[in-house]
Write a protein that binds this ligand. Structure first.
Ligand SMILES: NC(=O)c1ccc[n+]([C@@H]2O[C@H](COP(=O)([O-])OP(=O)(O)OC[C@H]3O[C@@H](n4cnc5c(N)ncnc54)[C@H](OP(=O)(O)O)[C@@H]3O)[C@@H](O)[C@H]2O)c1
Length: 280
């Protein structure tokens, strides 16, 4: 199906590149059908064109009527300027996807022509490795066919989960912001390894392989994380000692609070934009 679709990115930053790189790497869509655009930074466009063999142009050169899926990938603060500038250009058949944290489908629908198909997307930066956990939520005018198409495209950058839009904040708390929690965890593992005489690079590789293995166990086996943990914890053994320290220093609570903190911030960002919408 994606053999015919034209996909254009509005915004050529880090997130757009993470997604483009996953799409190109997986051959999900021919590179000539991917267009990347931005406001004005020509150097960045040339860089992406050279790296991925895709089409690149500033926004004012886009042929909107040819675009099947338009992916908004600028910062949330720029959304209203962008919606205003494309409102009279976007074609009725185009499905508008947005990866902008905190921007609701309602907000996008308000800024676009009546009846525009809109999908809210929350990928993470592991898109680059084609290992994103990506959520999609449908707007009011989107049909099953649009959602299937979006899922097919986004499957090229990892796993896709269709969720209700009100769950987007908790999804952001777990998956959107989640890679950073594991990087933080790895920083500490690396430091502990180094303190005990390991080369930091070696400690890093060992830690990363351990996270990968544990993630695969959770994804591919029937046991819950709690059962898996119990299975590897012998009384008075090394794992028990490690887990005791985690408990003593509030490891579990810290992780839960990280997810809740990011969820709360996502809600705050959304409500700021809702206020703007009401004020207009
Ligand atoms: N990082 C993550 O893990 C993550 C996860 C999920 C979602 N997101 C979302 O991804 C989005 C993009 O983040 P980023 O870090 O990739 O941003 P970024 O690197 O700052 O890039 C922003 C891009 O938007 C373009 N732009 C700004 N205003 C524009 C306009 N009026 N018309 C056309 N293009 C415009 C910029 O073009 P110029 O350079 O020419 O101005 C630039 O290419 C954010 O909304 C964020 O919420 C990020």
């Amino acid at each position: 199906m994606l053999n015919k679709q034209k996909v254009a990115f509005l915004g050529a930053g880090n997130m757009a590149e993470a997604m483009i790189s996953g799409m190109v790497e997986s051959n999900a869509i021919p590179t000539e059908q991917i267009i990347v655009s931005n406001r004005s930074n020509q150097g960045r466009l040339q860089e992406l064109k050279a790296k991925y063999d895709i089409t690149a142009m500033t926004k004012d050169k886009l042929k909107f009527e040819e675009i099947d899926m338009l992916i908004l990938a600028m910062k949330p603060k720029d959304i209203d300027a962008v919606l205003k500038s494309i409102r009279d250009l976007v074609s009725p058949h185009t499905v508008v996807l947005s990866v902008l944290a905190g921007i609701t489908t309602e907000h996008m629908e308000e800024g676009l022509p009546q009846g525009q198909k809109v999908i809210r997307v929350m990928p993470n930066t592991s898109s680059m490795m084609r290992e994103s956990a990506t959520a999609i939520a449908a707007g009011e005018y989107t049909d099953d066919e649009d959602m299937k198409l979006a899922e097919e495209l986004l499957n090229s950058i990892g796993e896709v989960y269709t969720i209700q839009e009100e769950k987007m904040d908790i999804f952001t708390g777990i998956a959107g912001s989640g890679p950073a929690y594991f990087y933080y965890l790895m920083e500490h593992i690396e430091k502990a390894g180094k303190d005990s005489g390991l080369e930091p690079e070696v400690a890093r590789q060992i830690g990363a392989q351990t996270i990968l293995g544990a993630a695969k166990m959770i994804m591919e086996r029937e046991e819950t994380p709690a059962q898996l943990r119990q299975n590897v914890t012998s009384p008075n053994g090394t794992t028990a000692a490690g887990l005791d320290a985690l408990e003593k220093f509030g490891g579990g609570e810290a992780i839960a609070q990280a997810v809740k903190g990011a969820e709360k911030r996502s809600k705050e960002i959304s409500s700021q934009f809702k206020k703007v919408l009401v004020a207009n």
